[in-house]
Design a protein around this ligand. Sequence first.
Ligand SMILES: [Fe+2]
Ligand SMILES: [Fe+2]
Length: 126
Amino acid sequence: MDDELPLQTSALIWQNTQHQTLFKLIEQIKEVPFDPDIFLQLRLYTEHHFLLEETYMRELGYPGIDDHISAHNRFREEMRAMLDTDPSISPALQNSLSDFLYKWLKLHVLGIDKQLEDFILQSKSK
Ligand SMILES: [Fe+2]
Ligand SMILES: [Fe+2]
């Protein structure tokens, strides 16, 4: 299974690229007129990204797996709730939902995702 995962030597390109896509989708929540599909797109892409990180954690026996998956699950809950957002949402609410998700993702990426990245890179270089 490990052989099927993309190999990286100096940085986790897939992780960085996927994070950039997530930030872009989160920014799109602010766009006027509001795109009612944006939360679904964000949820699908988030799931794709989380599952890849979780696959690495399982494959490599990552010690912080439980806390990391719990953090992903909290975000999954937020996303699920946002799927019910009324399409006639106000620009002010668009901004506040987008800002909330942006801040959450930024903290996550700079915190436990960075720790995971370091662990994966260390494992790959062994
Ligand atoms: Fe991530
Ligand atoms: Fe993560």
